[in-house]
Design a protein around this ligand. Structure first.
Ligand code: AMP
Length: 360
């Protein structure tokens, strides 16, 4: 997108998606004098509470998407599985980043190919369209590995771990396009989160070490440790190339495994990210605020970390019911609850960020 004049206060930001990321984006937008309008299919759209209006319609309701677009000065998304057609229905002058970023990131095969073409390295993998392909992939890639649906998997859903040949016999091809990839032996997992402005300026936040359980992020910490620190420059260089290649505007996340052979790319999210929630209190400017700044043409904020240690943990399922107890802890824990109505098992309900000594 061409660099354009900053959006004046009072302008309206449209957000596709209704989850906690949209809620926190809208909270930052409000602080900067903007109002937000959301769009998502009916559901527990917790972003709606922070929005001045909310369209609850199917993604493919062209009339509703047009009516939504007509009320917005700029449109962004908080959910990477927004159908590309819905985003393409938005006039280009209101889209800081084109739907191409979504198109690439929505498919595990295409995002790996895209990143490999830019010089990145992913785990050995093969496309799986049938039971026979799966058998061939087990043969050539070997075990342990992971079978993943190519599209729409998240938080460990749509994934089957294959420890050995014996276990593979119990796993059936699920009938839609998948990817089989070798399990990477890693020392640490980390994410590179950057913000890119329309003029091409890029800023990075510090990379946390991330811990996942059952495929879902549970914790992000700083300092991230020597493995991450030694590999973050290479990972950043790659993430910057990805952002440039997509003419990306806003916050972009790439996830990596830190291995004995350097950083291995896992996946990308063309949006703010769970592993960046610590930036709300822990960095000079949060990922949410910088995303809003970037898409509205405002100057980017500093991304420096403000504390010697950071520990962000997700609050999952029924943990949320007693979460207010955290407020009584020493050391000013920063609690965020997303207002979700049902504390279902495995559902991200909130997070808490604990910080150490202030830097500087
Ligand atoms: P994903 O949905 O691809 O981000 O996977 C979720 C999590 O599962 C990752 O953050 C890792 O902890 C684990 N995982 C996924 N793919 C691999 C892999 N090829 N090797 C090792 N761990 C993996």
């Amino acid at each position: 997108m061409a660099v354009r004049a900053p959006l004046p206060p009072g302008s309206t930001i449209g957000i596709f998606g209704g989850g906690q990321l949209g809620r926190m984006l809208a909270m930052s937008a409000l602080q900067l004098g903007y109002r937000c309008i959301g769009y998502a299919p009916a559901g527990d759209n917790v972003a709606a509470e922070a929005c001045a209006g909310f369209f609850e319609h199917h993604w493919n309701d062209r009339e509703a998407v047009s009516a939504f677009a007509a009320r917005c000065d700029v449109v962004t998304w908080e959910f990477e599985n927004v159908p590309v057609a819905a985003v393409e229905a938005i006039p280009a002058d209101r889209l800081p980043t084109s739907a191409r970023a979504l198109e690439v990131a929505q498919d595990r095969l295409s995002e790996k190919r895209f990143v490999e073409d830019l010089g990145g390295r992913a785990a050995p993998h093969l496309r799986i369209d049938s039971e026979e392909d799966f058998a061939r992939a087990l043969e050539s890639i070997g075990t342990p590995g992971i079978l993943k649906t190519a599209r729409e998997g998240y938080d460990g859903k749509g994934q089957w771990r294959v420890r050995d040949r014996h276990e593979a016999q119990g796993i059936r091809f699920p009938g839609r396009r998948c990817i089989y990839e070798r399990l990477v032996g890693f020392e640490s997992e980390f994410s590179v989160i950057l913000v890119r402005a329309a003029d091409g300026e890029i800023r990075f936040w510090d990379s946390t070490a991330n811990t996942h359980e059952g495929g879902m992020l549970v914790q992000s910490v700083l300092p991230a440790g020597e493995w991450v620190e030694a590999q973050v420059d290479e990972a950043r260089a790659l993430a910057g190339k990805v952002a440039d290649a997509l003419s990306y505007v806003g916050v972009l996340t790439l996830e990596f495994f830190a291995t004995g052979d350097g950083p291995v790319f896992n996946e990308m999210a063309p949006r703010v990210h769970n592993s960046g929630h610590w930036t709300i209190e822990g960095a000079a400017t949060s990922q949410f605020e910088n995303h809003i700044r970037a898409i509205c043409g405002l100057p980017l904020g500093e991304t420096a970390t403000r504390f010697a240690t950071i520990d962000m943990r997700n609050i999952v399922g029924e943990q949320a019911l007693g979460a207010h107890r955290i407020l009584a802890e020493e050391g000013e824990p920063h609690l965020h609850l997303y207002g979700k109505r049902e504390a279902r098992e495995g559902r991200k309900m909130g997070h808490v960020t604990r910080v150490g000594a202030r830097l500087g």
